[in-house]
Design a protein around this ligand. Structure first.
Ligand code: FES
Length: 117
C-alpha cells in the first residue's frame, strides 16, 4: 500500500496500481479531470513534492499534454497518468489550474478552493 498526501486536503492509503487522480477521487480532494482521465487535457495537473520515484515514468503523450498546461515545473505530472508502482509515501500539491477545473466541473463547490479575481 502507498500513502498519498494531498497538501491541504489530507491523505489516503491506496494499493499499488492506483493513479494519483484515483487517489484524489477516493479522498474527495479537488483535482480536476475534464477528460475523464484519458490524457486528453491538463486539468489533473499536480506537483509531486515527494515520492516521484514511486510513480510510473512519464510517457511522451503526457509530456505533450503538459506542454499545454499552466505553470509547468520540473515536478509537474498529470494525476491520471501517474500510477503508483511501489509502496511508500507520496506527497502532491494540486495546481491552481486543476483546482479551477475542479470548481468548473463542480459548480456547487465554486469558490471553495480557488480565490477568483
Ligand atoms: S484528466 Fe485529462 S489528462 Fe488527466
Amino acid at each position: 500500500m502507498a500513502i498519498v498526501r494531498f497538501k491541504g486536503y489530507g491523505e489516503i492509503e491506496v494499493p499499488v496500481g492506483t493513479s494519483i487522480l484515483e487517489a484524489a477521487q477516493e479522498l474527495h480532494a479537488p483535482e480536476g479531470y475534464a477528460c475523464g482521465g484519458v490524457c486528453a487535457c491538463s486539468t489533473c495537473h499536480i506537483y509531486v513534492t515527494k515520492g516521484s520515484n514511486l510513480l510510473s515514468d512519464q510517457e511522451e503523450e503526457e509530456e505533450d499534454m503538459l506542454d499545454k498546461a499552466f505553470d509547468v515545473r520540473s515536478n509537474s505530472r498529470l494525476g491520471c497518468q501517474s500510477k503508483i508502482e511501489r509502496d511508500g509515501e507520496i506527497e502532491v500539491e494540486i495546481t491552481r489550474e486543476s483546482l479551477e477545473a475542479y470548481e468548473n466541473e463542480h459548480p456547487q463547490e465554486r469558490g471553495k478552493y480557488v480565490t477568483w479575481r
